[in-house]
Write a protein that binds this ligand. Structure first.
Ligand SMILES: Nc1ncnc2c1ncn2[C@@H]1O[C@H](COP(=O)(O)OP(=O)(O)OP(=O)(O)O)[C@@H](O)[C@H]1O
Ligand SMILES: [Mg+2]
Length: 245
């Protein structure tokens, strides 16, 4: 049975798309078939991060208008066996309604083990569409108060949308910066404020960021990729200890 996961944050720029691509890559490396859905209408970027831009003909808007089938919007990612992308509409005004996205996902989900939906920032209509088909959610935060407030807001909205299974990912963690800023006693305090169960911590890692931005995250051996590999294993139900220092 496919697992449909929305990646959300409330606040923009916390790393939702980076985490979506990293997790999709890690799950596919472990042998799963994974569909990444870009729900950021008008601001799509997963095609760049997955190196498929040159191949794109159809996107979600074309499937909605009937110009193509939903299967025509699913693209295999080069050099990443098992990983596929459904691109967001190019134009923001083609944003898809929640129930329609739900129908599109229903049409293809059963041939995948995981469907990962990368939501846009905020808790507006784009977020609501991304949350609609989801069975569980990952909320991505940084260790800044505005990002943590975003996690609280987006978790409340996710529950209102019927998604109760919500886990936390702390992204771009840098111990030295965290200590220097001195905003929180420790990471436990951050986790307590979000009131979410932690799934993993991804360190700040510019090697990973650069590899993903250039569509080349395949065989990466960077610390953040290792963290994402561990998060993927936890998603697959494996027991991988959390290291909070
Ligand atoms: N672990 C990390 N280490 C270093 N840089 C990172 C990390 N994660 C993300 N970044 C960088 O942070 C920026 C924002 O990342 P990303 O686009 O994934 O965020 P987002 O939450 O999807 O943003 P938006 O809300 O605009 O969709 C990018 O420049 C990305 O390369
Ligand atoms: Mg994004």
């Amino acid at each position: 049975m496919e697992d449909i996961i929305v990646v959300a944050s409330g606040k923009g720029g916390t790393g939702k798309s980076t985490v979506s691509v990293g997790l999709g890559t890690a799950l596919a490396k472990n042998g799963s078939r994974v569909l990444l859905i870009d729900c950021d209408s008008g601001m799509r970027g997963l095609d760049i991060m997955l190196g498929v831009t040159q191949n794109l003909v159809f996107d979600i808007a074309d499937a909605v208008s009937g110009s193509c089938t939903v299967e025509n919007t699913v693209y295999p990612c080069p050099d990443k066996k098992g990983l596929f992308l459904m691109p967001a509409p190019l134009n923001a005004y083609d944003e898809v309604a929640p129930q329609i996205l739900g129908q599109l996902v229903d049409g293809v989900a059963d041939i995948f083990d995981y469907v990962i939906i990368d939501s846009p920032a905020g808790v507006g209509s784009g977020f609501e569409a991304a949350a609609f088909p989801a069975k569980r959610a990952l909320v991505v935060v940084n260790t800044e108060p505005t990002s943590i407030r975003g996690a609280q807001t987006v978790s409340a909205r996710l529950r209102e949308c019927g998604v109760d299974n919500i886990r936390l990912i702390i992204n771009r963690f840098n111990k030295a910066t965290f200590r220097k800023m001195g905003l929180y006693r420790d990471l436990d305090e951050v986790i307590d404020i979000t009131a979410l169960q932690l799934l993993g911590i991804v360190p700040e890692d510019h090697t990973l960021a650069a590899a993903i931005q250039s569509g080349k995250s395949g065989e990466l051996n960077a610390p953040a990729m290792k963290a994402l590999d561990n998060i993927a294993l936890r998603l697959q139900g494996k027991l991988v200890p959390l290291m909070i220092k």
